[in-house]
Ligand binder design. Structure first.
Ligand code: 13P
Length: 251
């Protein structure tokens, strides 16, 4: 089964509305690049304008987090119902949320099901810390994160998983293509064991961590890498356009 590759930009907590608009303008034409699904993930305050900007194109817009409940007394949170008005995808379990906001595998299992219930395509982020990598714990950590998030229900429709080793995020020290392939292949095997081989064949697995226009092609040459989740380089229109073109060219 051919998997359409993905170029996803996680803007994290960066930029004013004016800067987000300028970045969108700089990405003009990205929706016309064939053979790749483009996803932009701005801050909540930028979502509406980014959603409006790309309205009527194939560009997908993702929240960076969401609550599990449709509404209620959860000050400071954004519900899947609210998010679905200005986004069609959602990033879940980014390591920065696990690290700084105490998100755990159980919470993510619920968020994954909430995304499914409200029609949001989830990008589930997983990845080991530097200490876990040094202690050869990478596969064990990925097994735990993926299997607990998925549970025993069928995989959510369109599920995307991003392998983002924490030590590679924002450090300029990307994983090697072999490391990325080993981890992404392992993730696919865990999906197969957890929810079946058909789901595993269809799930798109991204690499993230210091991706740039110079290293993207070698990640895309790996059979189990189906695209990239890009942080810093996604804030520069030229760099993200180049990455998106390289991803499209890899198919
Ligand atoms: P960098 O591309 O800045 O390393 O960030 C990766 C990331 O965290 C994307 O979600």
């Amino acid at each position: 089964m051919a998997r359409i590759p993905i170029a996803a930009g996680n803007w994290k907590m960066n930029g004013t509305n004016a800067e987000a608009r300028a970045l969108c303008r700089g990405l003009a034409g990205i929706d016309a690049i064939a053979g790749v699904d483009v996803v932009l993930s701005p801050s909540f305050t930028q979502l509406l304008l980014v959603w409006d900007f790309w309205c009527g194109t194939d560009v997908h817009i993702a929240g960076q987090n969401m609550h599990t409940q449709p509404s209620g007394a959860f000050t400071g949170e954004v519900s899947p119902v609210q998010l679905a008005e200005v986004a069609d995808w959602v990033v879940l379990g980014h390591s920065e949320r696990r690290q700084f906001f105490c998100e755990d595998d159980q919470a993510l299992a619920l968020k994954l099901r909430a995304a499914e219930a409200y029609g949001l395509t989830p990008i589930l982020c997983v990845g080991e810390s530097e200490a876990e990598q040094e202690n050869n714990r990478t596969k064990a950590v990925l097994t735990r994160q993926v299997s607990l998030a998925l549970g025993d229900a069928p995989a959510p429709a369109g599920l995307v998983i991003a392998y983002e080793p924490v030590w590679a995020i924002g450090t300029g020290k990307a994983a090697s293509p072999d490391e990325a392939e080993s981890a992404c292949g392992h993730i696919r095997s865990v999906v197969a064991e957890t929810v079946g081989s058909e789901a595993a064949e269809g799930v798109r697995i991204l690499y993230g961590g210091s991706v740039n226009p110079g290293n993207i092609a070698e990640f895309m040459a790996q059979p189990d890498v189906d695209g990239a989740l890009v942080g810093g380089a996604s804030l520069q229109a030229d760099a993200f356009l180049a990455i998106t073109q390289a991803i499209a060219a890899s198919t």
